[in-house]
Design a binder for this molecule. Sequence first.
Ligand code: ZN
Length: 219
Amino acid sequence: MQICIIDDNLVNENIGKDIFMNTLEHLIQDDYNIIMSDIIREGHPTLREVATAIVEPISEEYITLGKQMLQFLENSQDPDIAQELDLRGGVGIAAPQLDIPKRIMAVLIPSEDEESDEPKLREVMFNPKVLSHSVQQTCLKDGEGCLSVDREVPGYVVRADRITITYTNMNNEKIKMKLRGYEAIVVQHEIDHLNGVMFFDHINEENPFAINPDIKVID
Ligand SMILES: [Zn+2]
C-alpha cells in the first residue's frame, strides 16, 4: 500500500516536470523562433501563479530561454520578421507567458531616436527584485497592453515613477539598476507577471481614467 502511495507521488511529480520540461525544450531548440502560439493568454492559470526563483548560478537552459525571449522581442519589433512570423510587437515578455512559471523576463526598449540602433534597455533578468520605489507615481496616457491579452483594456495603470531593482544577468552577474518613466513601467509590468498580476488588475474599475492630480501621465 505504502509503495503505491510513493509511486503515485513519483508519477505526479514526473508528469508535472515532463510537461514543463517539454515546453522548455521546445522553446530552446536551435534556430527556433518563439511565435504567438507559444504565448498563453488571459484565463490560463499559469498567468495567475507566483513564479518560482531560478537556482543560481543560472543554468545554460535558462540562459538560452532568456536569449530566445529577447530574440522574440527583437523579431517582434522588426517589421519584416514580425509580418513573416505574425508577431505582435512587444517590449517585454516574462517566462510565465510561455507557460514556464519561473522568474525570468526580457525587456527590449528601443531608442526614441530613430537614427540610433542602440536600445534604451535590452536585458534578460533572472530573479529580479524591486529594492525601492519612488513615492511619485506615473502611468501611460494610452494605458498598457500585453502579449497575453487579445483585447484593449482602457484605463490608467498607475505604477511607481522610479524604481531600483536587482537581478542576475545572462553572465551570472548581480546587477543593480535604477529606472524611471517608461522603462520603469515596462519592468514593473513584467515583474507583475512573475507574481501572477495582470496590468488590468491596477485599473480603477469604476472610473478607469480617474487619477489623483499628483500622478504623472506620460506620452
Ligand atoms: Zn504582459
